[in-house]
Design a binder for this molecule. Structure first.
Ligand SMILES: [Zn+2]
Length: 281
């Protein structure tokens, strides 16, 4: 028989739901890295119904929140999300106030709050970008689960000084650390600067997600997707590391670099296919 979370309890029998623990740990870690100041950053994580039902009463919704953008493709799906205006710094102290478990309604026009988002809180203001990205990634990858947005400091800095052509941006990242091409041979997408929180930026981001797991928002941050928290976070870490190197060497004389030939050799050795149109070999 399953046990349910109550309004005040976050943990049943001393065991937290693994997905709540994962969200608490990763938000804390990202805040420690300085990427998620104030209420910056948001995460949504697609969950299995059976896994949710082990910990949370899924029979009755606590509240229903209407969506301004219908997501019929996600009808009946369960997500844990960060709350709008909530601080990553505070999630670990009080997951139930800062996170929420949602089920998309059968019509896809609303979400039912099953747990969390205490005191009338609502899901992340970037829910449109998240849901639209989930829809696109699930079309190309059935293992896809996570959409993560963060204000990775050095990636933001790089969008001031680097050309925003996504093929050039990808190539520069690949050239910064040897592991990059192996970790994201599919490259990174880049959209123009847009007002955040809107369906428009959601559509633009999701459109890139047809081809990319990563989308850079200039002067703002990064959207990254993946099958597990480790893989998704690892992808941001790797891109941010490359951006750190780019910023460290910026304006200084380059005496040697990884050549296109070497990048192609690397791809062959690790059996990855670099995105077409970038390497000249
Ligand atoms: Zn943001």
């Amino acid at each position: 028989m399953s046990t349910s979370y109550t309004a005040s309890a976050g943990y049943i029998g001393g065991t937290a739901a693994p997905f709540i623990e994962e969200m608490s740990e990763i938000t804390h870690h990202m805040w420690s890295l300085g990427w998620d100041e104030l209420n910056g950053g948001n995460i949504s994580y697609l969950l299995d119904e059976a896994e949710v039902a082990k910990y949370i009463d899924i029979r009755e919704a606590q509240r229903v929140i209407n969506l301004t953008f219908p997501v019929t493709e996600l009808a009946g799906k369960y997500f844990i999300v960060t709350g709008s205006g909530k601080y990553f710094r505070n999630v670990i102290k009080d997951p139930e106030a800062n996170l929420g478990v949602l089920r998309v309604s059968a019509s896809g026009e609303s979400v039912e709050v099953l747990w969390g988002l205490r005191n009338g809180a609502v899901p992340t203001s970037e829910l449109a970008s998240h849901f639209m990205s989930h829809i696109e990634r699930l079309k190309v990858d059935s293992t896809h689960r996570i959409v993560l947005h963060t204000h990775a400091t050095n990636v933001i800095a790089m969008t001031f000084t680097h050309d925003l052509n996504e093929l050039q941006f990808t190539k520069t990242l690949w050239e910064m650390c040897t592991e990059c091409l192996v970790v994201f041979p599919d490259g990174v997408g880049v959209i123009p600067w847009m007002v955040p929180g809107s369906s428009d930026i959601g559509r633009a981001t999701a459109d890139k997600m047809k081809d990319y797991r990563v989308v850079v928002w200039p002067q703002h941050g990064i959207f990254v997707t993946g099958a597990t928290m480790d893989a998704t976070f690892g992808l941001v870490e790797t891109i941010e590391k490359a951006a750190i190197v780019y910023n460290l060497i910026g304006g200084r004389e380059i005496k040697q670099k990884i050549t296109d030939r070497q990048l192609a050799d690397l791809a062959q050795a690790f059996r990855v296919t670099p995105k077409a149109g970038i390497l000249e070999v």
